[in-house]
Design a protein around this ligand. Structure first.
Ligand code: CAA
Length: 240
């Protein structure tokens, strides 16, 4: 029977590319989304991929959402924790809410989704969790103490949970994308983005599909010996 995957934030940007790539390989994909109903509906019409709305930063909503997916679609074998937001600003300008929202959604979402699905993976002896981190969690970024802390936390979370899953057929890995051509990066002021792109050795932004291919490998049967790792896909921007 086809594996079942949940991709959080799976109807737009990098998440959309991941959902489509997994679907292409015969995985039954469910895309979680947090906000825009019209875009989610259009995504389902275009792709046939079911969408489920809940806030990944809300613990109870995650438990309920994942239980609903398991009942309506099937037991969840693969989780891609992709949902994330930015609330950029220098520390002086960053409010507590800007800090807390990013930690709650970007990092808390990984915990909430793992709590909702890891036990079932253990019972069935197979699972794949892929967490989308960021180059800015590895290297830091001016104006992103919240986002860099949350993404860096994702990398630690990945290595720790990988140790718990390793003897149970569950791999837990992270991908650290660089600057990818999405709405999130388009929101960076153009003069700032220009300077960032100038420092990418490959000389361009990445494409969402280039991240999705990495996710596909980590979710495959072939990747059973890859766990606790971080795959950097960033055009050579952070080569250490
Ligand atoms: N290093 C050192 N100094 C810097 C700097 C940097 N990287 N960037 C800006 N500064 C300095 C400026 O030169 C300026 O100095 P002066 O006041 O002396 O002239 C000062 O900091 C203020 O700069 P800004 O005018 O940019 O400040 P601002 O408050 O208007 O904006 C900001 C700050 C919102 C953080 C803006 O710089 C910004 O958006 N930066 C981009 C942050 C970024 O890369 N976000 C990534 C989003 S995409 C993403 O996160 C996906 C992913 O995973 C990669």
């Amino acid at each position: 029977m086809a594996r079942v995957a949940i991709v959080t934030g799976g109807s737009r940007g990098i998440g959309e590319a991941i959902s489509l790539k997994l679907q292409e390989q015969g995985v039954t994909v469910v895309a979680n989304y947090g906000g825009n109903d019209d875009k989610a509906r259009a995504f389902t019409e275009r792709t046939g991929i079911k969408t489920y709305k809940w806030d990944v930063g809300d613990h109870e909503a995650c438990l309920e959402g994942c239980a609903r997916v398991a009942a309506e679609v099937g037991p969840v074998d693969i989780v891609v924790n992709n949902a994330g937001i930015t609330r950029d600003g220098t520390l002086a300008r960053m409010s507590y809410d800007d800090w807390h929202d990013v930690m709650r959604i970007n990092l808390g979402g990984c915990f909430n989704m793992a709590k909702a699905t890891f036990g079932g993976m253990v019972e069935r002896g197979w699972g794949r969790i892929v967490n989308i981190g960021s180059i800015n969690g590895q290297a830091g970024q001016y104006g992103q103490v919240n986002y860099a802390a949350a993404k860096s936390g994702i990398h630690g979370f990945t290595k720790a949970l990988a140790q718990e899953g390793a003897g149970k057929g569950i791999t837990v890995n992270a991908i650290a994308p660089g600057y990818i051509d999405t709405d999130m990066v388009a929101a960076v002021p153009p003069q700032v983005l220009e300077k960032i792109v100038a420092k990418i050795p490959v000389g361009r932004l990445g494409q969402a599909d280039e991240i999705a291919r990495g996710v596909l490998f980590l979710c495959s049967e072939d990747a059973g010996f890859v766990t606790g790792s971080t795959m950097s896909i960033n055009g050579g921007q952070h080569m250490y």
